[in-house]
Design a protein around this ligand. Sequence first.
Ligand SMILES: [Zn+2]
Length: 179
Amino acid sequence: MKVFKLKRGRRHTKYGYRKKDLKPYQIDYFDKHKLVRKHVMRDKRYTQILLRIIEYEHLFKDHLKLYYNNYTHRVSSYDEIMEDSKMFDWKCCICECELKCEIANFEINNFLCETCSHSYGNPETSVDSRILESSVKFRQYCQMILLDNQKKFTRFIRFFKRGKSSKKAPYQEVNNQSK
Ligand SMILES: [Zn+2]
């Protein structure tokens, strides 16, 4: 990103730079930080670096925040929530204990608990038929959930396209169905 310094007092400039080269959040930053502004007016290289830092901070600000994680009911980072969103409740195909399986992961150990993976999780030996069966069922289960989510999403899109005049919000329809 290049910024061009112009003579002071010219139109469409902000702190000596072309306004169209600056993003609104970068202008906001200069507006708020008086100490920085003094150097920005003088030093072009300093400004380039500073603008880049502000840009990165802006791009990754959502990743730096903490959120309520609906999967674990704890406060977690953005990345943790993204990781948890890939996990589905499933059962170990050998001992049937509760398990979290990763979507789109069809490796043997994804369908086995820690204890069972010691005796059944070796991919070099022949794979137990229960593991194959579980992986097929898990694939179908994931497809069903994804299709369901897709339907809900299109319902939301239609609702917002129709505008405020429509009677029911899609989540109300979903709630009524579950009763
Ligand atoms: Zn097990």
